[in-house]
Design a protein around this ligand. Structure first.
Ligand code: HMG
Length: 388
């Protein structure tokens, strides 16, 4: 049976920070960000936008009432959890009005977990071909002011509907995963921002890519010539670019090289403007490729490299389905470019605003711009959401 991605949607915060402004404020050469990291702007979320509002907004864009009546599982992948017990997927399930007899869970392993969620969705649909599974990858990447990770922040969510007879991408059964216990990036419960060994993390990313790719080639008997494009986890586009260059060794034909490099350029258009969205970053790369490529056709094989610090990585592939273009209905580029530009002062206040609860656990918020949904208030420690 063919199982894969039937629909894909995206939502990001309504505010942006220009990397040139950040560079000036941090007394850094702007080329370090634009050329060294390949980043132009970052999405900045106010306190009223969280993984629930972003995830629900991304899903609301793509789901019909028929989908909502048939979805029987909602998996939300994140490392920006809002509650240690209750899954953010339960809030999303309610906001979207999905029929009640569904399973809703949250899943975690740094930036990797959306890939695990897709695997679970694939297994579920294989056993229940009438089922539809909503997989959401939603995160707010926040490293802290004046840290080396500050230029690689971001916010956004990807929603994917996994079904049988998918209309965008058919999964191949070729996944190879790798786990290695390393401390490259982690966030203990007592910290609101991650600890990161920046250079070590880039080495782990690239070495995980190299060794997982070697194992993939050995087990699947495929080479890069079999791929039309390769999508990467994109903490910042320059690292993904290094990843691609690592794969493009002497064995790859010139024709394949040219094709893969061009498609890579199309796949990082959105990440350059959004920054890191952790779990959704690989799938934002895929969406950017789909919406900006001129050359891809039905049947083309797309490779995926998923990486989550800690670290778990995975390589798998899927083939584009006939008519995939017709499933891409949104002008995401305009939506991304229309975000409100913040000064560095305003970014510092807005992105790092702390929750102020009164003695009874209540909080109200200023009227920030958000996507389709907003965190309206907190009443007796309970988060209340509204549709705008
Ligand atoms: P840094 O120390 O700010 O930067 O850290 P740098 O000095 O290494 O410079 C970065 C690049 O800019 C270099 O390019 C410089 O040469 C270049 P490279 O040598 O790598 O090709 N550069 C310039 N280029 C042009 N003009 C100039 C100029 N100056 C310098 N004037 C670092 C960079 C990525 C380490 C930092 O931003 C960081 O710690 N980021 C957060 C961690 C991260 O993103 N790690 C990536 C791998 S781990 C991962 O992907 C998982 C993650 O998504 C989390 C998860 O899984 O949950 C992060």
């Amino acid at each position: 049976m063919i199982v894969g991605i039937d629909k894909i949607g995206f939502a990001t915060a309504k505010y942006k920070l220009d990397m040139t402004d950040l560079a000036t404020a941090r007394a850094t050469d702007p080329n370090k960000y634009s050329i060294g990291l390949m980043l132009d702007t970052l999405s900045i979320a106010p306190i009223t936008e969280d993984i629930v509002t972003l995830g629900a907004a991304a899903a609301e864009k793509i789901l019909t009432s028929e989908d909502k009546a048939n979805i029987d599982m909602v998996i939300l992948a994140t490392e920006s959890g809002i509650d240690q017990s209750k899954a953010a997927a339960v809030f999303v399930h309610a906001l979207l009005g999905i029929q009640p007899f569904a399973r809703s869970i949250e899943i975690k392993e740094a930036c990797y977990s959306a890939t695990a969620a897709l695997n679970y969705a694939k297994l579920h649909v294989t056993v229940h071909p009438q089922s539809k599974v909503l997989v959401i990858a939603s995160d707010i990447a926040k490293y802290g002011l004046h840290t080396s990770g500050e230029p690689t922040q971001g916010a956004g969510a990807i929603a994917m509907l996994v079904t049988s007879q998918p209309r965008i991408l058919a999964f191949n059964d070729d996944n190879i995963a790798q786990t290695r216990d390393v401390m490259d990036f982690w966030r203990p419960n007592y910290s609101t921002t991650p600890f990161v060994q920046g250079m070590f993390s880039t080495k782990q990313y690239l070495d995980s890519l190299k060794t997982t790719w070697q194992e993939y080639q050995k087990r699947q008997g495929l080479s890069l010539d079999d791929f039309s494009a390769f999508c990467f986890h994109v903490p910042y586009p320059k690292l993904a670019n290094k990843g691609l260059n690592k794969l493009l060794d002497k064995s790859v034909s010139d024709k394949a090289k040219e094709r893969l490099v061009q498609n890579f350029e199309d796949s990082i258009i959105y990440s350059r403007k959004i920054g890191n969205i952790y779990t959704g970053s690989l799938y934002l790369c895929f969406l950017s490729l789909l919406e900006n490529t001129q050359s891809l056709k039905a049947g083309n094989r797309i490779g995926f490299f998923s990486y989550g610090s800690g670290a778990v990585s995975e390589i798998f592939s899927g083939n584009l389905v006939a008519g995939f273009n017709g499933m891409l209905k949104y002008d995401h580029l305009t939506e991304i470019d229309d975000r409100i530009l913040l000064s560095v002062d305003d970014y510092e206040k807005l992105f790092f605003e702390e929750l102020q609860l009164d003695a009874d656990g209540n909080a109200n918020f200023a009227d920030y711009q958000t996507h389709t949904f907003a965190l309206d208030s907190i009443i007796e420690h309970q988060r209340r959401y509204r549709k705008n």
